[in-house]
Design a protein around this ligand. Structure first.
Ligand code: AMP
Length: 633
């Protein structure tokens, strides 16, 4: 092996001398009681990291910084929606989190209970997350852009004791009322939470439900000086669940542990993001997504950094807003998504040039493929390293990246980099399960178990589904499938080529086409529908729906179809949220299927993208695809 201090040796050691490697990384966080065993993999694919250890995420993110940096900024809240800017030092954050913890306890929340958080990007959302892990409760944040139907299925699955929510969010100056969506979701769910803590921002009037809804401000006033110590929990104690879409309509609750997650994030701050204590981290994501969990809340705070929580659009009041924050708060590490950069690219680059960005060390981009023109544009404009990194809700932190904190290495446009330490990444033949060793050969990106610390422990309440979904898809071997296609070049750099399943990626947000199909099918006039992801210049992909009507006579009536398209979009908005709304709903006489009745989604997608749909010998009715093809011209 070459350089013993280099990345290759570092990665190699993380696999071949796994326990010693992670025991060292574990020193980056505080332990109330040290662990006895680094990794228990006696029952694969279930990995139990740092068994015997007692720790607490909130302690590591907040309390332990009170000694060295009590007055340093911890949370910087900026809302261009409500024109609010407020900073919290570690000491102030500590106080607010204890107050929120006391409020939750007063609502009956105990260790192991679930608390669902349905909130806009406001400080109280961060307090609620940190308060939960402080008392050993398990939070489940649901993205504020999701509507009642999506929310209901998550309430049903998580069965929370309490919910923390707010009157409204705001997007582009438009108030989005949360309370009616929440009330409807609770009505739809068979599980009813005992209590709802409502943060009233004064954006939208709402009616409190007697005996269930409590007012955050009123409760907070009762506990101003409260002390709520951290509950020391097992390293393997779940810290949160976060729902993500898959191939079925039922979302999966990705369950994360406590100790492994703390260690993984602390190590990633050092080796990948290179953020130092006292600096400022700015991730433009939302707490409803995994990036928000790992790199708005926990990662930066565990690393002793200030973190910016931003509510608003990247172009309001103008396209310079993010860069103005970089200048003002001396941001050293920034994390965003390619979609956001593509939005900014439409504006004059003087919006970047007018700010002093000397504090910025690098811009990290993740969540969807980073196309070369976008990468090149932002790299030229910023004059800073652009670091693509690839990961998933399931893993919680990067699988592929350039670990510049270990050894500086060049990025290659179009590639998120190499396998990160801890991940034994393989490319496998999807039919035979055979490992593909050659360069530039396409295979399924898979990870040999155990998954490193910080990755999902299981699917909440469904171990069997965890094994079946993630560890049984490659024939003949138990490996973790990412469900992404990839190739690797001769230097070990990977290139991600898209999903192997029916998951689509719209503006960096992952959506299951089945969920959208189920929603559209609930319209009384729709008999059947197929939803596919189609390449889009700005959003990466958009959802396109092709529906068959119960009354086919309507097909000739353009005005009626247009009206129906509007109704279907509204239905998806109401049930799932605007993120899931298809770009178009087209009406067809019949959908392309195999003779055995399987929908040919991939063929539809290929036709929509002007590609060859491939082998269609099993297709039942060739006219069905022709109809869709005709719609494209
Ligand atoms: P999510 O769990 O919502 O973060 O979505 C994860 C999926 O997004 C991955 O399985 C990939 O399909 C895609 N993805 C995430 N990051 C990247 C990246 N850097 N390059 C290409 N695809 C990515």
């Amino acid at each position: 092996m070459g350089n013993p201090q280099g990345f290759e040796a570092f990665h190699q050691r993380s696999i071949t001398d796994r326990d010693a490697f992670w025991a060292e990384q574990a020193q980056l966080v505080d332990w109330h009681r040290p662990f006895d065993r680094v990794c228990n993999y006696d029952n694969p694919p279930f990995a139990r990291w740092f068994e015997g250890g007692l720790t607490n995420l909130c302690h590591n993110a907040v309390d332990r910084h009170l000694r060295d940096r009590p007055d340093q900024n911890a949370l910087i809240f900026v809302s261009t929606e409500t024109d609010t800017e407020k900073t919290y030092s570690f000491r102030e954050l500590h106080t607010e989190v204890q107050r929120m913890a006391a409020i939750l306890k007063a609502q009956g929340v105990k260790k192991g209970d679930r608390v669902l958080i349905y909130m806009p990007m406001i400080p109280e959302a961060a307090f609620a997350m940190l308060a939960c892990v402080r008392i050993g409760a398990i939070h489940s944040v649901v993205f504020g852009g999701f509507a009642s139907h999506s929310l209901a299925s998550r309430i049903e699955d998580a069965s929370p004791v309490a919910i923390v929510s707010a009157d409204a969010g705001s997007r582009g100056g438009k108030v989005v009322e949360y309370k009616p969506l929440l009330d409807e979701a609770i009505r739809l769910s068979s599980h009813k939470p005992g209590k709802v803590v409502m943060v009233n921002r004064g954006l939208a009037a709402f009616t409190a439900v007697e005996g269930r809804d409590v007012d955050y401000a009123t409760e907070r006033a009762k506990v101003m000086d409260v002390v709520v110590p951290c509950e020391w929990v097992d390293a393997t104690h779940p810290s949160y669940t976060l729902y993500t879409s898959g191939t079925t309509g039922k979302p999966k609750g990705v369950q994360r542990d406590t100790g492994g997650y703390a260690v993984a994030l602390a190590a990633s701050m050092k080796h990948i993001y290179m953020g130092e204590p006292g600096e400022t981290y700015f991730s433009t994501s939302d707490i409803g997504w995994v990036v928000g969990h790992s790199y708005i809340i926990y990662g930066p705070l565990i690393g002793g950094m200030a973190t910016i929580m931003y509510e608003g659009l990247p172009i309001r009041p103008d396209a310079g807003i993010w860069w103005s924050l970089v200048e003002k708060y001396k941001v050293s590490v920034m994390f965003s998504a390619p979609t956001a950069v593509r939005v900014l690219k439409k504006y004059d680059s003087s919006f970047i040039k007018r700010y002093d960005l000397s504090s910025l060390k690098a811009l990290f981009l993740a969540g969807e493929p980073l196309d070369e023109p976008t990468a090149k544009w932002i790299s030229d404009e910023l004059g800073k390293p652009i670091v693509d990194n690839y990961w998933q809700t399931e893993t919680g932190w990067p699988i592929l990246a350039i670990c510049n904190g270990v050894e500086k290495a060049p990025s290659k446009f179009g590639s998120p980099g190499k396998a990160v330490y801890g991940y034994n990444v393989k490319l496998l033949d999807d039919q035979t399960g055979e490992e593909l060793h050659g360069s530039d050969v396409k295979g399924v990106v898979a990870v040999e178990g155990p998954l490193p610390p910080g990755c999902m422990q299981t699917i909440w309440g469904d171990d069997a589904r965890f094994v079946k979904t993630y560890w049984s898809s490659v024939p003949g071997r138990q490996v973790y499938s990412t469900f992404d296609w990839g190739i690797r070049d001769k230097d070990g750099y990977y290139f991600i080529l898209g999903r192997t399943d029916d998951v689509i990626n719209v503006a960096g947000h992952r959506l299951g086409t089945r969920e959208i199909e189920e929603s559209i099918s609930s319209h009384p006039k729709i008999a059947e529908v197929a939803v596919v992801g189609v390449a889009d210049q700005l959003k990466g992909q958009v959802a396109m729906a092709f529906a068959v009507l119960k009354d086919t006579a309507l097909l000739g009536d353009e005005a009626a179809l247009l009206k129906l398209e509007g109704e279907v979009m509204k239905l998806v908005d109401e049930q799932l949220g605007a993120v899931a709304r298809p770009a178009r709903v087209r009406f067809v006489g019949v959908l392309p299927k195999t003779r055995s009745g399987k929908l040919l989604r991939r063929a539809i997608q290929a036709v929509c993208e002007g590609r060859d749909p491939g082998d269609l010998t099993t297709m039942d009715d060739p006219a069905a695809l022709q109809q869709i093809r005709d719609m494209q011209s």
